[in-house]
Write a protein that binds this ligand. Structure first.
Ligand SMILES: Nc1ncnc2c1ncn2[C@@H]1O[C@H](COP(=O)(O)OP(=O)(O)OP(=O)(O)O)[C@@H](O)[C@H]1O
Ligand SMILES: [Mg+2]
Length: 501
């Protein structure tokens, strides 16, 4: 007899519907699974047979064939166990086949017949809704992931025998339990930082306007420390953004248990990462760190140590906030709307300035990695110098205090222009910037002197707009602009300075 169930395969960030067809007929006992499955799918054979036997159900002593359609789609993941088992049980007369109509199933099975959590439930629930299904059977333990998707009745189950009883209408599904883990892990507080008043101010401005930020300074001055405290002062994600972030984490994460969170993601890949690891791609295609940091922060520590190729690969996704992966005739678009925070030493030895022991050639090679067009995407260049001996006991304000200021400034931007200042185009900046003539005159002077290029001028204006928003001022005055100018004064070197200008 033939029976069908519906499930989903994960494909980069999406879930794609897959039809499971099970055929049980006389012949040599055994189970064959066909239809381009990965190792986990092929191993479903063993898990499904043990789970059926150990759940107190009858394992048909017949020839069993399972086909996963469409055949051309590469299937991956362990979520096929439950739909395969249910289709086999229906095909062997232990469940009426029509009980599987209109319901999607996803779940891994243990050998004992328990239904285990699977990756990508948010995406699976979205795909189920989009495919017109009304009910989705999911592992009890991770059901809360799917619960945010509306218009879908969830059927959380803990065991295979329970799944069959629920499908047969003999018992009701369990209620969706709350997530077990706390959604937000604690972030270290800004108040730990001593004597970096200017750098903390730059971090605050970067957070408020969602500006890309480069921290430059000698070793051990607190660059990494500052960057890692950024998530603690950023505003929480909107409901929509939080859902997107959870969906990305749920599809790409190694963990099968994802809690919804409204904290922006913070990703800090090591500098040995490849361009593909950063941007995405490969076979099978995967999302890169840029997509994992979508709506959040991509922190590139030791910025000068990344290969030039890796850094160049950043440019287009930073610009377009999306990247398109071409793969065997199809293309997949991945979101990459990140705030870039980078930290580096002024030169390979790290000391910079007069104490530097690097050769000119070393310095040249180090700085060449960070090209003009990449620097062009960075609004703020903040020096993080050795603090004055008088200041080393001076704590920075607490993260909560700074977060409150950032939130107010962010609300002003969104109310005025519907986006953050860091995302304003040059044209939008002219409309929404509201820069006073006296301030513009200051820029004109600098431009006339040749110290400032047009694109640097725009960057300064965007940052000045954020400084005015933090101060609660409608217009950008000369003082705000002057402060913005100090925040792009880079102490990296003349050369970097020239490129940046
Ligand atoms: N401004 C500071 N306030 C308090 N502690 C600091 C400060 N700067 C450095 N430290 C201490 O030094 C340690 C190293 O700082 P951090 O890793 O941030 O330096 P860094 O600037 O990133 O250096 P590197 O260039 O070597 O990466 C911190 O964990 C902290 O204990
Ligand atoms: Mg560091």
């Amino acid at each position: 007899m033939l029976a069908r169930s519906t499930t989903f395969s994960l494909d980069v960030l999406d879930a794609v519907p897959v039809r499971v067809e099970a055929d049980v007929r006389p012949g040599l006992p055994g189970l064959t699974v066909v239809g381009l499955g990965d190792t986990a799918v092929r191993e479903a054979r063993e898990r499904v047979q043990s789970a059926i036997a150990n759940a107190g159900l009858r394992l048909p002593q017949r020839r069993m064939v399972v086909h996963l359609a469409p055949a051309w789609l590469r299937k991956r993941g362990s979520s096929f166990d439950l739909p395969i088992a249910c289709a086999l049980l229906a095909a062997s007369g232990q469940l009426e086949p029509e009980r599987l109509d209109g319901v999607g199933l996803a779940g891994e099975l243990s050998l004992a017949g328990e239904v285990r959590p699977v990756a990508g439930l948010v995406a699976i629930a979205m795909a189920a809704r989009d495919a017109g299904l009304t009910r989705l059977m999911v592992p009890l333990e991770s059901a809360h992931e799917a619960a945010r998707i509306e218009g879908l009745q969830l059927l959380p189950v803990a065991t295979l025998s329970e799944a069959i009883a629920v499908l047969a209408g003999k018992r009701a599904a369990q209620a969706v339990p709350p997530p077990a883990s706390a959604p937000n892990e604690p972030v270290a507080d800004l108040a730990d930082v001593r004597g970096q008043e200017d750098a903390v101010e730059a971090l605050k401005v970067a957070a408020a306007g969602r500006h890309n930020l480069l921290l430059v300074g000698p070793p051990g001055t607190g660059k990494t420390m500052l960057a890692r405290r950024l998530p603690g002062i950023l505003p929480p994600l909107s409901a929509q953004a939080s859902l997107e972030v959870t969906r990305i984490r749920s599809v790409t994460g190694s963990s099968n248990r994802i809690a919804h969170t409204d904290r922006p993601p913070f990703r800090a890949p090591h500098h040995t990462i490849s361009p593909v690891g950063l941007v995405g791609g490969g076979v099978p295609p995967r999302a890169g760190e840029l997509t994992l940091a979508h709506h959040g922060v991509l922190f590139l520590d030791e910025f000068g140590e990344f290969t030039r190729l890796t850094l160049e690969a950043l440019r287009q996704p930073l610009e377009d906030r999306t990247v398109v992966l071409a793969r065997g005739g199809r293309s997949t678009e991945l979101p990459t709307d990140v705030q870039l925070v980078a930290a580096m030493n002024p030169c390979p030895c790290g000391r910079g300035g007069l104490a530097c022991r690097c050769s000119d050639a070393d310095i040249e090679r180090y700085r060449k990695r960070i090209s003009g067009p990449l620097l062009d995407r960075i609004d703020l260049l903040a020096p993080v110098l050795r603090p004055d001996p008088d200041d080393i006991h001076e704590p920075a304000p607490s993260s909560d205090a700074v977060a409150a200021m950032v939130a107010v400034a962010r609300d002003r931007q969104l109310a005025r222009q519907g986006c953050v200042n860091g995302a304003l185009s040059d044209r939008e900046l002219r409309v929404h910037g509201r820069i006073e003539p006296a301030a513009t005159a200051l820029l004109d002077q600098l431009y006339a002197r040749g110290t400032l290029s047009m694109r640097a001028a725009h960057r300064v204006q965007r940052v000045a707009r954020t400084i005015a928003d933090l101060a609660g001022r409608e217009r950008v005055d000369r003082a705000a602009l002057a402060q913005a100018l100090t925040m792009r004064q880079d102490l990296v070197s003349d050369e970097l300075g020239e490129v940046a200008a």
